[in-house]
Design a protein. Structure first.
Length: 163
């Protein structure tokens, strides 16, 4: 039987903690693990061009976002859904349109500000909010939002300053 556990700070894995030489097996190879959070939502819009908004996930301080996806588990009938993701006042995904069942990769906005935010969500926990807007008249559809990230220290580092 398995249970859920929580862990504070980066979880480093690898076989060599400290570099003691210049060849493989003597060079530090530990790295921080990548984890993910999910949020499942059903979209049964009652009005044309309706929108849903809310909190998607909360990422720990210092996190580095590695991937964002929307997995459509029930195909949308009668239209499409556009998904936007925001941290604070910054849109990190401006408009990803989901039209069919499957996996849609959510591409970040191409800007220096977004790159900096994805590289480090900040020194405090970051709430990722979503806006899902319907185009057409949807009568069915469901999906799961997935955000993968590397857990790091609040300052964005993943290793201790000293051993």
């Amino acid at each position: 039987k398995m249970s859920i556990a929580t862990h504070l700070g980066p979880w480093l894995l690898g076989t060599v903690k400290d570099t003691t030489g210049t060849t493989a097996g003597t060079i530090r190879n530990t790295g921080a693990t990548i984890v993910a959070q999910t949020n499942s939502a059903s979209f049964g819009f009652a009005a044309i061009n309706a929108s849903l908004t809310g909190n998607a996930v909360v990422l720990p301080a210092g996190a580095l976002i590695t991937a964002m996806q929307f997995i459509t588990t029930t195909a949308y009938v009668g239209g499409a859904v556009t998904v936007k993701l925001t941290i604070g006042a910054t849109d990190i995904v401006a408009a990803a349109t989901v039209t069919t069942a499957g996996v849609t990769t959510l591409s970040p906005v191409a800007s220096a500000a977004v790159a900096a935010l994805i590289n480090n969500v900040g020194s405090t926990d970051a709430i990722v909010t979503y806006t899902a807007t319907e185009a057409g008249t949807l009568s069915a559809g469901a999906g799961t939002l997935v955000i993968a990230y590397m857990v790091r220290n609040a300052d964005g580092t993943s290793v201790p300053v000293s051993a």
